[in-house]
Ligand binder design. Sequence first.
Ligand code: GDP
Ligand code: ZN
Length: 304
Amino acid sequence: MPEGRVIQGIGGFYEVMDLNSGQTVATVARGKFKRAGSLYVGDLVRYEMVTAEQGVIEEVFPRSIELLRPTVSNVDRIMIVFALKNPDYNLLLIDRFLLLAETSGLEILLVFNKRDLVGEAAVKKVAGPYREIGYKVIVTSTKTRQGKRLLLQEIKEGVTVLSGPSGVGKSALMNMVCPEITRETGEVSKKIGRGRHTTRQAKLLSLPNKAGFLVDTPGFTQLDLDFIEPLELAEFFPDFRPYFGACRFPGCLHKKEPDCSIKDAVSRGELFSWRYEHYLTFLEEAKRFKRLRTEQKYRGRKRS
Ligand code: GDP
Ligand code: ZN
């Protein structure tokens, strides 16, 4: 039975791209998958053709990562986009996006766009430290097309979700690498007709090689750190990792504790002090949310 990937779902119809041929087929779901919401964009499926043009989804393979709102399954990588200028980037906001991406467990790609608006020194100033920390960094311009080949190389396989503030050029980057983006009506849309009101669902846009896909909705819209345990926060700073286990206290939050390996590394200049400052900012936020959770739990208990 042929295998494919669900690239779009509209009103009970699913557009599936065949894993071998790269052709898209309009399908409906069979049996238990008929229930609304039981199939996700991104799902890898087995399907069968019932007429020359119509397929039926028979089986869904186990999902890896699921992103919510809107739901997308089997995402491989998150591409965080910031502009080098216009809007100006902010290191604290970059670190917040990186932190959220780290908690997802996805591969991370950091893209600095609008290269055409700044000089070499400005690029080095921000791309340098993040490369040093160990992040994969690509510098692009959708105006001069700089970085297009490198970017395609990085995202050529699997599913990539784009994230970043608005105005940094996410749509422009998608347009640059995904010629398909202007094709507004897929097989499914043609079948069920246009103009029908549907709720916003994610869609996968295939790259020219048909092996890589971009998700056309942002990876995360909620930037709060309300789900992060203060004690686990440091784990999401890859630059801190080499120093783990060497603090005097096992539950060290790397804040005021004596003999803290992270603080020592900062004072020796081995870690960027701004990264540590951002860590402390996020730590306060995570602690505040944790206090709120505890208070809510306590109030709940008192009532019952
Ligand atoms: P999004 O909100 O992140 O999707 O950003 P858009 O793709 O809508 O781009 C926002 C604005 O930045 C638009 O006016 C684009 O033309 C412009 N823009 C995007 N990429 C570049 C670039 O590489 N260089 C310059 N100078 N402008 C860009
Ligand atoms: Zn410590």
